[in-house]
Design a protein around this ligand. Structure first.
Ligand code: SIN
Ligand code: MN
Length: 207
């Protein structure tokens, strides 16, 4: 496999099976409070194939009318997002190399057919903190490039329990999920993949 771009760190098997099961329970509780919903693209209103929810003081949402943004409440229930589980906070503090806590955790649920097009995470006010992602359930084919869409990309397989960090010169790297490999994990009873993306949203100086 070609080398990963500088600033991309793949930590395979970061969580063992017991830790994955415990985290999955935490995420089930998050979803019970803040149900998965269908995100839609700005302007066109085209529905994405992943289902989303969030935990943390802020959540990333998108819809036809208002586009990509962070907000403190669930778009359907109007309630604040539930807190980020302690296990995820520990992962962040272990790998992020950033002194402040994450403010948002996006929960993406992929069925066997779902995918995510190449995009940058750039709705945050400060890019000094990395993006930290945790995978649970079925494997996926993840592809990451550079800060320009035309930069060459590298593909890697993410498995249940893997952690991936996009930081430094790769904080604004284009990335996406080309496919899910069904039936590659027994963690989720009905299959599929969960990705948890931790981010710092506001700038350190509060602006
Ligand atoms: C994302 O970029 O929001 C998700 C990435 C992933 O599912 O691994
Ligand atoms: Mn992303």
């Amino acid at each position: 496999m070609p080398a990963l771009p500088e600033g991309v760190r793949h930590l395979p098997g970061y969580l063992d099976r017991a830790a994955q099961e415990a985290l999955l329970e935490d995420i089930r509780a998050v979803v019970a409070d803040a149900p998965l919903y269908v995100p839609a693209m700005p302007r066109t209103g085209k529905e994405m194939s992943v289902r989303m929810t969030n935990c943390g003081p802020l959540g990333w949402v998108t819809d036809k009318e208002s586009g990509y943004r962070y907000q403190a409440t669930h778009p359907a229930t109007g309630r604040p997002w539930p807190p980020i589980p302690e296990a995820l906070m520990r992962i962040w503090h272990d790998v992020a190399g950033y002194p402040l806590a994450p403010e948002a955790c996006l929960v993406n649920f992929y069925t066997a057919e779902a995918k995510m097009g190449q995009h940058q995470d750039r709705d945050e006010a400060d890019f000094a903190a990395p993006v930290v992602s945790v995978s649970l359930g079925d494997d996926c084919l993840f592809r990451v490039g550079g800060p320009r869409r035309q930069d060459k990309t590298v593909s890697l397989r993410l498995q249940s329990g893997d952690v991936l960090v996009l930081g430094g010169t790769s904080r604004l790297a284009f990335h996406g999920v080309d496919r899910i490999y069904p039936d590659t994990s027994t963690l989720l009873k009905n299959g599929g993949r969960i990705n948890l993306t931790l981010r710092r949203v506001t700038a350190r100086n509060g602006i």
